[in-house]
Design a protein around this ligand. Structure first.
Ligand code: PMP
Length: 326
């Protein structure tokens, strides 16, 4: 018998895929963890399940309760799927700049979606602070994915060990971009615990401070990126103490070229952060040489960003590459 226990039984245990085109570019083996195959369509289903399960265990989320979270969308989608399956309501606060597809999905799932202007973290109107205040005012549970380390603990217990075991212990390096830092920190901790020689590297878009934090000790953010769900200007509790060896900066143009090649050459339709991750994995593989086995995260699918990443009318005014077949 192989019967999953409801929706939550289908989260995680995603396939690890050898990416042929990317491996040829890198001159070594590049592996992608197919997180777009989670039921809510992204790696954030894992964080949602970990945050909810931890809150239930601590008794801070009661039967029939409400979950509030600030999110670029995917964590909200994960929380609403798991919330529906376990009898919780969700209030999701999201910057209005995020993709229409994610907003539509959240409404479809039944989330109470509150869109707010995209302002920096230091502004009290930032989506994270708005979500915290709603939780305080209503007595609901604030998931707090950025600074609640149940997030990275989930990746330490599932994503990291899966990558190590599925590669048969052959993985030599790992790279991923940072939103909350839960994925990068949790996976890196699990891999280093199994083999301290595994190189763990942050992939960082423009407009994010993680590259400078790792290179100089101070997060400094310059420029901007059209990718969603990644980029961070501070050291979150989930990122703090992550065993990282280096950082790689990837431009939007480079990530888009990788996304289009992954679709045309390997048949994979992926989102922007997966483009950043695979671009960084290729460069890391080129640095490390032909024996390297570099794993990364295919965070979500491209249909969620059709109106942006695969839309020439959106890309051309930004002077960004467009899908060659469109
Ligand atoms: N990619 C996408 C598409 C995301 O939504 C997120 C989460 N914000 C990430 C990557 C980053 O994951 P994490 O929060 O674990 O750093």
């Amino acid at each position: 018998m192989d019967i999953k226990s409801g929706l939550t039984g289908t989260i995680g245990n995603t396939p690890l895929i050898r990416l042929d085109w990317a491996s040829r570019q890198a001159g070594c083996t590049i592996l992608g963890k197919a997180e777009f195959l989670n039921p809510g369509g992204s790696v954030k289903d894992r964080a949602a399940l970990a945050l909810i399960t931890d809150a239930e265990r601590r008794g801070v989320l009661k039967p029939g309760g409400t979950i509030v979270e600030g999110t670029a969308g995917n964590t909200g989608i994960g929380l609403t799927h798991v919330g529906n399956a376990r009898g919780y309501k969700t209030i999701i606060v999201m910057p209005e700049t995020q993709s229409q597809e994610k907003k539509d999905t959240l409404r479809l799932l039944g989330a109470d979606l509150r869109l707010v202007p995209a302002v920096p973290f230091k502004d009290p109107g930032n989506y994270v602070h708005v979500s915290r205040r709603i939780a305080e005012e209503t007595g609901a549970f604030w998931a707090n994915q950025f600074d609640n380390t149940a997030n990275r603990q989930g990746h330490m217990e599932t994503t990291g060990p899966e990558i190590y075991d599925q590669s048969g212990g052959t993985v030599t390096a790992f790279t991923a971009a940072v939103g909350t830092g839960g994925t990068l920190a949790g996976v890196s901790m699990a891999l280093k615990a199994r083999n301290p020689a595994i190189r763990c590297v942050a992939a960082d878009p423009h407009g994010s401070g993680i590259y400078d934090w790792i290179k100089t000790g101070t997060p400094k953010a310059e420029g901007s990126s059209i990718t969603e769900g990644i980029g961070q200007g501070r050291v979150t509790a989930n990122l703090d103490g992550a065993p990282l060896d280096d950082a790689i900066r990837v431009s939007d143009a480079e990530a888009l070229e990788v996304l289009y090649a992954l679709l045309q050459q390997d048949g994979l339709l992926l989102g922007g952060s997966a483009g950043i991750n695979v671009a960084a994995a290729i460069r890391l593989g080129q640095q490390l040489g032909p024996d390297a086995v570099v794993a990364t995260i295919l965070c979500d699918g491209g249909a969620r960003y059709q109106s942006k990443l695969f839309n020439p009318d959106f890309l051309r005014p930004l002077n960004l590459p467009t899908p060659p077949w469109l």
